[in-house]
Design a protein around this ligand. Structure first.
Ligand SMILES: Cc1cc2nc3c(=O)[nH]c(=O)nc-3n(C[C@H](O)[C@H](O)[C@H](O)COP(=O)(O)OP(=O)(O)OC[C@H]3O[C@@H](n4cnc5c(N)ncnc54)[C@H](O)[C@@H]3O)c2cc1C
Ligand SMILES: NC(=O)c1ccc[n+]([C@@H]2O[C@H](COP(=O)([O-])OP(=O)(O)OC[C@H]3O[C@@H](n4cnc5c(N)ncnc54)[C@H](O)[C@@H]3O)[C@@H](O)[C@H]2O)c1
Length: 462
């Protein structure tokens, strides 16, 4: 039974922990899939590589309004797909080759198989030639999560896609049903819709992206309903195979109905892989949602076992997984002087159309916590650049503590939303109040960040 100083399970953010400072340790990396994990192979990176051409493909409709007649003559799907994965796949392969072959990694053994705990700090790895059990002083659990599929009768039989498979299809279908109304649904509706697919979104609740601030969710739902066939408040009763593809029988406020398409994308959330890794067998505690429980130092309930990323974090965001990996790296190297993860102001962005970005409390959160707050909304249409664009739907909403002007939350829907949000994340992280931020610096005129400046000025009553 080989014994290691350190075993890392999962090569998403987990792969970034090892550098030359670990050269004197005997390390094993265990990976059951493709090197690089979700973000690189089936997540952030390929999706955004599809979103960008989708933005371009959607431009004619927008340009026409402003007097520029563009024409979308076609979308070469296979070429786009092959370009995307022709760039990504070599990176994943290069990551594996680096760990296998490069002298930097002389102390590293790569196990290309699935790990499963069988006892205290004892991990059995399924390999092509059989099973091997590893033990170690320390473990880093970075095994991520996987797409969940709801228990809809017939779904397993009809054939559906998840985000893992939909980006590699051979042909774009004429029609697609997207079940779910979260991040993946919003991004893929934009991609498929811009490429000419008729998209139907089936939502269980009364709004799309309902975890966003209510006004943002409402605005996005209105805008998406103009582009796509959006079915809200629908229960999925049954899935059936038809000659065209898939039919989904729904029950909604108006009674029973059926939607039909050639492709069904299930985008109903993800769950952590703690069950498949059987972390309980090594004594690691999990929450009811299956997330590994960690303290602020990313330590699990078992000494010497750390966890990070989607396995332990309900944020399910790459920048969070990367931050936590840096915390774990430090704490492995300096256990006598550990650092804590900083989850105070975790932002996110949804790369749909229009773009959405958010950090901190929504108005709903602030009210639920009984916080006395003020809020301000600034439309893009009322700042110079947004006015020039004749934007009619975008806005920024800021929330601050009453009296102090301490920023509590920021929510933007509209062009360049993630980029516009970043200075607000900075202000919140470094404790800059709304008035100082608005008045203590120049704002380039007539650039888009004037949206933030004007929202801040409104917030402080100027
Ligand atoms: C479609 C999509 C789009 C996304 N877009 C964004 C975005 O724009 N921005 C953003 O911030 N986040 C985005 N995310 C989320 C982001 O991808 C994840 O938060 C991030 O990849 C999590 O990293 P991780 O290292 O925790 O896990 P992962 O990257 O999932 O890595 C886990 C690794 O562990 C391996 N593994 C699992 N179990 C075992 C086992 N038992 N034995 C061995 N190996 C195992 C897996 O094969 C995998 O390689 C997106 C996710 C999806 C699905
Ligand atoms: N831009 C980004 O940062 C980005 C992009 C894509 C994905 N992600 C990450 O990936 C994770 C997974 O994305 P996602 O969109 O699958 O999850 P999500 O949690 O964002 O949305 C899941 C949706 O499915 C719905 N749902 C759940 N069960 C259902 C059921 N039985 N029937 C119908 N609807 C149901 C929920 O109400 C919700 O609308 C996200 O949490 C996100 O953090 C991030």
């Amino acid at each position: 039974m080989p014994h290691y100083d350190l075993v890392i399970v999962g090569t998403g953010s987990g792969n970034s922990i090892l550098d030359q400072r670990f050269a004197d340790r005997k390390v094993a990396i265990v990976e059951k899939g493709v090197f690089g994990g979700t973000c690189l192979n089936v997540g952030c990176i390929p999706t955004k590589m599809f979103v960008y051409p989708a933005d371009l493909a959607a431009a004619p409709a927008e340009a026409k309004r402003l007097g520029a007649d563009l024409e979308l003559r076609g979308v070469r799907w296979r070429e786009i797909r092959d370009r995307v994965f022709g760039r990504i796949d070599p990176i994943a392969d290069g990551g594996l080759r680096y760990r296998l072959d490069h002298p930097d990694n002389d102390g590293v053994t790569v196990y290309q198989g699935e790990g499963r705990f069988t006892g205290h700090k004892e991990l059995a790895v399924t390999l092509p030639h059989g099973e091997e059990t590893l033990t170690a002083d320390e473990f880093v659990l970075a095994a991520g999560g996987r797409a969940t599929v709801p228990d809809v009768p017939g779904l397993a039989e009809v054939g559906y896609h998840t985000s893992d498979t939909v980006m590699r299809i051979d042909e774009l279908p004429p029609r697609a049903i997207i079940l779910g109304s979260g991040f993946i649904s919003a991004e893929f509706a934009h991609v498929l819709g811009s490429f000419g697919v008729d998209v139907t979104i089936v939502a269980r609740s009364g709004a799309l992206l309902r975890t966003e601030d209510d006004d943002v969710s409402l605005r996005f739902t209105e805008l998406a309903s103009r582009r796509f066939d959006v079915r809200l408040n629908r229960a999925s009763v049954r899935a059936r195979r038809t000659s065209a593809g898939v039919a989904l029988d729904l029950r909604g406020p108006g009674g029973d109905e059926t939607v039909e398409a050639e492709l069904l994308l299930v985008a109903t959330g993800r769950r952590p892989n703690s069950d498949l890794l059987d972390v309980a067998a090594t004594g690691v505690a999990t929450s009811p949602s299956g997330h590994v429980v960690v303290d602020e130092y990313q330590r699990t309930s078992v000494e010497g076992i750390y966890a990070l990323g989607d396995l332990s974090s309900w944020y399910e965001l790459k920048h969070v997984a990367n931050h936590e990996a840096r915390v774990v790296q430090h704490n492995l190297l300096h256990p006598e002087d550990p650092i804590a993860a900083d989850h105070r102001f975790v932002p996110h962005a949804v790369f749909t159309s229009p773009q959405i970005a958010s950090v901190g409390l929504t108005e709903r959160d602030a009210a639920a916590r009984g916080i006395r707050y003020v809020s301000a909304v600034q439309d893009y249409a009322d700042i110079a650049y947004g006015w020039a664009m004749e934007d009619t739907s975008g806005f920024a909403k800021l929330i601050a503590e009453e009296g102090t002007g301490k920023l509590l939350g920021a929510h933007i829907i509209g062009p360049q939303a993630p980029t516009l949000l970043q200075p607000l994340i900075q202000a919140m992280s470094f404790g800059l109040d709304a008035r100082s931020m608005a008045k203590g610096q120049y704002w380039i005129h007539p650039a888009m960040p004037e949206l933030v400046e004007n929202a801040l000025l409104k917030l402080v009553g100027e």
